[in-house]
Design a protein around this ligand. Sequence first.
Ligand code: SF4
Ligand code: SF4
Length: 645
Amino acid sequence: MKIVIVRRISQVFFFVVFLWFCIVSSLGTEWWRLRGWPVNWFLQLDPLVALGTVLTTGTLYSGLSWALAVLVLTVLFGRFFCGWVCPFGSIHHFVGYLGRRGKPLSRSLELNRPHAGQAVKYYVLLFLLCAASGVLAARILRLVFDTPPIFLALAAVTIVAAVLTVRGLRSNRRKAYGIFLLMLGFWTAAAFVIPLEQVIRSSLQSGLLDPIPLVYRSVNLVLLPLLDSSTRTLFVGQRYYEGAWLIGAVFLVAVLLNLKTPRFYCRYVCPLGALYGVLARLSLWKIGRVADECTNCRLCEANCEGACEPAGRIRVPECVLCMNCLDECRHDVIAYRTAPSASGEVLVPDMSRRGFVLAGVSGLAVIPLVRLGGGMSHSWNPEVIRPPGALSEADFIARCLKCGQCMRVCPTNVVQPCGLQAGLEGLWTPVLDFRIGTSGCQYNCTACSHVCPTAALRPISLDEKLGRGGFAGKGPIRIGTAFVDHGRCLPWAMDKPCIVCQENCPVSPKAIFVREHFATVRDGVVEVKSAEPLSIRIGGTVLKPGRYAAGDHYLKVSSEPEHQRRRIVANGEYTVSLSPEHRFAELPAAGTRVEIQVRLQRPQVDLERCTGCGVCEHECPVTGRRAIRVTAENESRTRKKSLLL
Ligand code: SF4
Ligand code: SF4
């Protein structure tokens, strides 16, 4: 069988497996639903996920063994993942093929010519890794230089060496080394004066462009909800995701660009491809020319997916092992073997020193700059409510891949991709929006915490979530607190009876309790014309028939004590009927003033019981801006937001 056929089978196989894992990431009782399927397997295969989390957290990621296996295979065989496994790569490959079909050879050759822009993906990788590594680097500097004399001597030597290097030597490379040493000296000096780990910040932003989280996010939050909107096989109702248009637009643009340039994303943007490219230089097996009998037909280059010039000096970091060159070569001049290419090899990515420094420095600087806004500390946004099990915000941002697995698995659709509410760093991380979901966070559910691949949402048990059993001492996990808006709440602001939030509160005993209050309705002070034991006739005001018949209204003789009220069961324009147990013992005389009062049960939130599940907010009949809303105050993942004094 031809090698390209084997490659196509492999691509289709992994793509179908990936789709299957996305489809089964929904709760339900059918055999194919989430029942031990390794739905995060592709994320675990991704070494950029492993590397990113190691840099941001200093801890090893649980899926590391799979990622290590991929790294070892890359060192043996080159970028096999890009050409044979990556589901996003397979989409690019297929769409690129469609775009290339029927084009003349000269045009295909032009499209597949190596381009300086292919270096951009290495800068992207460096930028993302530097953005992730600030804290770790600062910690290491502090660790090394916690002994002041050694540190001072080292800093001085570094700076002197740097100055001498830059001044004394003309070659650019030496100058670059000098500048590097100078920067190192500066940072080591800074580390002595200021605690760098408090200045340098880092966060995991690789998920924005890493193809595996990107394709998970796009399929989970855009493609499957769109496809399922008519069939309703995966979910009972339509799924909604806030800002899904942007996620869809990024995906669509990345895919459509292949019509212009094959594998555009892989060649120019993909940081994972760049990581494999850096490692590919070490690979044992490589594509290359075996001899000089090449007729220069260039068929191999016309079909090359990586734009790596297989017939010339092959750019090893760019080769995605599509094997099209092997297949196309009529003279067997191209081979995949351990010996170097007869026409030479380019082993290092084509990056400029200036670009390298710029990407690295801006990567290190971007997170501290973004955090100057204070969104992560003092001016945190109370509307950012994280799912149960979320780590403290900085640790959460250091782990969240923005893969959307938690959003997909949530049965109530309440977990949503964040816009800019949590700052730039928080884009597409999960937040709860109780207006969009079909309910609040379910009392008996911990699904999102168990599907998260990086433990940004750590796995929690139901006992822990509800504060039962061994967790009784700690109490339930609170994701926020409900606040009643007295300006919008019907019983508070409009004298309308309503206890929807209290009735729906799932906590036991309920976190919402009510305070009874009787208020005289507008134009509700009337005069008695005549009275019978169970009804009175009034004069002056005309009542709307049936308006006071719901059982929430009472009649009170103005001169009688506060508690002496009679429940109204019906009313006409001039009559008010009373409940039999509230008959008049002594009939009021004509001209007596009586008041029609409404019984209000005004909701109050018990701070110690409210978990912030948001069911009250979801059910509130004030459907625009709800009259009871959950904010992140008092969430249990951080003491900083505590309300209990
Ligand atoms: S625990 Fe709450 S937020 Fe998480 S999946 Fe279940 S219902 Fe959704
Ligand atoms: S919190 Fe959600 S979006 Fe972030 S890594 Fe975990 S599952 Fe993915």
